[in-house]
Design a protein around this ligand. Sequence first.
Ligand SMILES: Cc1cc2nc3c(=O)[nH]c(=O)nc-3n(C[C@H](O)[C@H](O)[C@H](O)COP(=O)(O)OP(=O)(O)OC[C@H]3O[C@@H](n4cnc5c(N)ncnc54)[C@H](O)[C@@H]3O)c2cc1C
Length: 273
Amino acid sequence: MRWHAPADLEEALLLREVHGDEITVHAGGTFLGILMNQGLIAPPALLSLGRVAELRGVTIVDGWLRLGAMVTHLEIERHPRIRSGWPMLARAFSVVASRRVRAVATVGGVLADADYASDPPAAMSALGAQAVLRGPRGDRSVSMEQLILGYYTTCIEPDELLVEVRVPPAPARAVYRKFLSRSSEDRPCVTVAAVHGDGGLGVVVGAVAERPQRFDDLCRLDADALGDARQRRELAEAYAARLEPISDVRGSAAYRRRICAVEVRRALEALAA
Ligand SMILES: Cc1cc2nc3c(=O)[nH]c(=O)nc-3n(C[C@H](O)[C@H](O)[C@H](O)COP(=O)(O)OP(=O)(O)OC[C@H]3O[C@@H](n4cnc5c(N)ncnc54)[C@H](O)[C@@H]3O)c2cc1C
């Protein structure tokens, strides 16, 4: 296996353009490592982004948070500006796996692997984040709904890299909940990311289907309705009824549907508190 470790972004993009599908991007390696160790993939060449300093920045521009693709989960969890400005995001990254995994796993990696049982995608979707993809045709900015197409499938072209994630100013209230059905370091069985602010109410349920689920037509509650326990429960039940949950080792479809009704209700209670 060939190992390419470009020193800057220009070289990384060039390698990606020249080799396309023949080269596999390696960020933190926590997802790839498992696939390779289990013999599920055997890439002929790896493109390590480890030395690309341009992908490591955390900045705030016009109130938007910009995360370079190689920023790690631990950095997001601990960064003082993220903790104060986007506490829900810091929390969603802080509950991923173990500290050892979070120390190397990157924001680019967790979005590009598009694993359905992940924490950050639902949080990013609820916050209205955009992923910036760069390739020979230039930059394009895509929402989480446009980025994640299905199980382990994204819209990233073979000659593109995910270079940055941009998160708009945080809404007034935001909540992230992770429901685990096995060990404390496991991937989620159900996640709920909920926001309420000038843009109204948004609720995204993760880990229950091939991609994060959001039903904006169900979320037309004003602040008064959000304060009403009956309306919160009805909305949670409507979400659970609309979902088509999967069954896997973390829970059956029926179990997930019940958990969803409870977790969405609890998230709405936290928003209203
Ligand atoms: C033990 C364990 C427990 C875990 N538990 C959780 C959990 O509770 N919640 C959760 O959300 N996740 C969990 N994960 C998943 C973990 O978050 C992901 O493995 C990790 O985020 C992937 O990031 P990485 O930087 O290691 O990516 P890599 O493994 O390096 O890459 C992942 C994929 O993305 C592609 N890629 C990476 N970066 C880019 C880029 N910039 N542009 C284009 N393509 C790119 C790679 O080619 C590869 O296909 C767990 C993982 C482990 C090993």
